[in-house]
Design a protein around this ligand. Structure first.
Ligand code: IYR
Length: 226
């Protein structure tokens, strides 16, 4: 590893703490994330742009290939644009549920109870359309090749979901396939690949979630210490 005072600076922002304190914090964060659910019933209550902007700013702190930050978050609140996105998404979902999905996939989705109707895409105050940039660079306006875009944007999306949850906002990951219509509606270039739509807002007062979503694998089934 090559470092020099010209290219590197001392690390900041990590206050060394004792591990009892670490454990308490890790448990507290785990406990707060335990209540996160994918929500499909939203209130139409407004959420200020500032809240969304701060959550997206957190997403923008994710690690990325060569630090090119290959993401773009088109945050849609305009009713007409939400309507267009819903309409295009539902057209893809109809094709999916009417045959494209196949039996095994539909069988896996049955306990969730989803279908092609996505009214919450208009009810919710925000649709965050996330794009992966095939070209860009570490500085805005550059036109270099980007690397590991799916990994990078996936990590950023995880931070965004955690930031929304931490703020008290409900979210839903939505991925109609294909979703190239998003480039046109959001005015994004063809070099950007639509990655997913995050529906964001207050949950409806009478929101329900599938029991299926409460199943969590035991830690022993997802972790091995070697
Ligand atoms: N995109 C469809 C189907 C769907 C697929 C998976 I995998 C899910 O976990 C949930 C839904 C829809 O949104 O209905």
């Amino acid at each position: 590893m090559k470092t020099s005072p010209d290219t590197h600076i001392p690390l900041e922002g990590y206050a060394p703490g004792d591990q009892d304190e670490m454990l308490i914090r890790a448990q507290a964060f785990h406990n707060s994330m335990r209540t996160r659910r994918s929500v499909r019933h939203f209130s139409s209550r407004t959420v200020y742009s500032d809240v969304i902007e701060n959550c997206v700013a957190t997403a923008g702190l994710a690690p990325s290939g060569a630090n090119h930050q290959p993401w773009f978050f088109a945050c849609v609140k305009a009713a007409e644009k939400k309507r267009q996105i819903r309409e295009a998404a539902e057209a893809e979902e109809r094709a999916f549920y009417e045959g494209k999905a196949g039996e095994e996939w539909l069988d896996a989705l049955a306990p969730i109870g989803t279908d092609a109707d996505k009214p919450y895409m208009e009810t919710a105050p925000w649709l965050i359309c996330i794009f992966a940039q095939r070209r860009g660079g570490a500085e805005a306006g550059e036109d270099r090749k980007n690397y590991y875009i799916h990994e990078s944007v996936g990590i950023a999306t995880g931070l965004l979901i955690a930031a929304c949850h931490q703020a008290g906002l409900a979210t839903l990951v939505h991925t109609p396939n294909p979703m190239n219509f998003l480039n046109e509606i959001c005015g994004r270039p063809k070099t950007e690949k639509p990655y997913l739509i995050l529906v964001v807002g207050y949950p409806a007062g009478d929101a329900v979630v599938p029991k299926h979503a409460l199943k969590r694998k035991a830690i022993a089934d997802i972790l091995k210490i070697m």
